[in-house]
Design a protein around this ligand. Structure first.
Ligand code: ZN
Length: 424
């Protein structure tokens, strides 16, 4: 890219914002965006994108999982992929997913105008990131990553009883061959995957920054922890003789917060939540004999997550012993952390700093398609400011002055990545 001047980046950012508005107008009603995956409005959004890229002499190609790829060939087959998703939740916002696709479109436009770029640039519009209709998020990208278990989704139906398998077939995607998307991705000489997304949280707004460097997606350790003591009369049982399951659970919950605080290095954003508390017999005149709590711990560093998990287990045993109760852990769900690539993180930091004067770093709580690409190629994401941290609703917004800077920073990241891959 010979023109990455501030003026050119600002013009490009204005294009992106205008096209985001155009897409929102075409695919929203007063309740918000309606681009539900595998539905008619989503199809319309993809047709709109097809028109946009045909003006550049390019056309989308679907892989076996229904992901749309648009390729601008370069002098070399070494490829930079820029991704996003056009699908939305019902009554969604104008930026979630579509921001990523439309900055990628603008990148194609910038590189498509001059001489052939040194390396190949690809846009990918992932199919069904949201999982809003059938309940399986990251459907297209997990198929391309080879992580999708087709057996697990075969029987999925939407609220109207329509089978996922039938909805996919209507869009030319066959359940039994959709994992071929893995081989299709493997044939790409992919050297970098970049994704821009709105933060969907309050951090950037709280420090009044337009854009942030995303360090990776959180790993998750989610368990139910059950304490069993002895229910007893609240009037006749002396404190010293009680086996109160709730007190053990409550002490554990408080200690879990301390554990998260202890492991919260700057930017690490470690979190822990006790979201479910069940007490039996649950009457005002009985010492609780049983207490069950959920413990949801998240961290970016796998070692930190493992320590947090171990320390929470130790704490629960200690408080159980102190209260004369037993404790048992039952795993609910776990995801390994997906830290992003150090070299791309450095380029992302440079880009955000050049455009906004500062480069805040933050982890991603939500999962994104980018996380599925981590085992396969170097990956980084950039977040844009989210007003009030709201997303998945019609109020979702980024003030235009912040959006413009964030888009400029991301396009600069594309330039730096293209140049770096060309040099490698
Ligand atoms: Zn999204």
């Amino acid at each position: 890219m010979d023109d990455n001047s501030a003026d050119s980046l600002r013009r490009s950012a204005r294009n992106v914002i205008e096209e985001l508005r155009e897409l929102a107008k075409l695919t929203s009603n007063p309740q918000g965006a309606q681009r539900l995956a595998w539905g008619p409005v989503w199809k319309q959004a993809r047709a709109w994108l097809k028109d946009k890229v045909s003006a550049l002499g390019l056309s989308p190609e679907a892989d076996a999982a229904g992901n749309n790829w648009i390729t601008l060939p370069g002098e070399s087959s070494r490829t930079v992929i820029v991704g996003g998703h056009l699908d939305s939740v019902p009554n969604g916002g104008w930026l979630d997913g579509s921001l990523g696709v439309l900055v990628a479109l603008e990148a194609l436009r910038r590189y498509g105008q001059g001489p052939k770029p040194p390396v190949t640039l690809r846009l990918v519009d992932w199919a069904d990131e949201e999982g809003a209709r059938f309940g399986r998020s990251l459907l297209g990208s997990s198929a391309a990553a080879g992580r999708l278990n087709v057996g697990e989704i075969r029987e999925l139906r939407d609220a109207d009883g329509i089978r996922l398998e039938d909805a996919l077939r209507d869009h030319g995607v066959m359940l039994d061959t959709m994992l071929n998307a893995r081989q299709q991705l493997a044939r790409i000489d992919a050297k970098a995957y970049l994704e821009m997304h709105i933060e969907q949280g309050p951090v950037l707004e709280s420090i009044n920054r337009s854009a942030g460097v995303v360090l990776g997606t959180f790993g998750l350790e989610r368990n139910m922890v059950r304490f069993v003591g002895q229910a007893a009369h609240s009037g006749s049982t002396p404190i010293a003789m009680r086996r109160d399951a709730f007190l053990a659970a409550a002490a554990t919950a408080l200690e879990c917060r301390e554990i998260a605080r202890r492991h919260s290095a700057p930017n690490a954003g470690v979190v822990c939540t006790v979201g479910v508390v069940k007490v039996e017999p649950g009457i005002v005149t009985a010492v609780p004999g049983v207490a069950e709590i959920s413990i949801d711990q998240r961290a970016l560093d796998p070692n930190v997550l493992a320590s947090m998990h171990r320390e929470a287990q130790d704490a629960s045993r200690r408080f159980a012993a102190e209260n004369g109760v037993s404790v048992e852990w039952r795993p609910l769900f776990r995801i390994e952390p997906r830290p992003f690539d150090p070299h791309l993180l450095a380029l992302c930091e440079e880009s955000v700093r050049e455009m906004t004067g500062d480069a805040p770093k933050l982890p991603s709580g939500p999962l994104h398609d980018a996380a599925e690409m981590v085992p396969h190629m170097p990956v980084v994401m950039m977040f844009a400011y989210s007003a009030k941290g709201l997303s998945h609703c019609k109020e979702e917004d980024t003030p235009e002055e912040h959006l413009e800077k964030a888009i400029g920073a991301f396009l600069l990241l594309v330039d730096k990545t293209m140049a770096s891959v060309a040099r490698a």
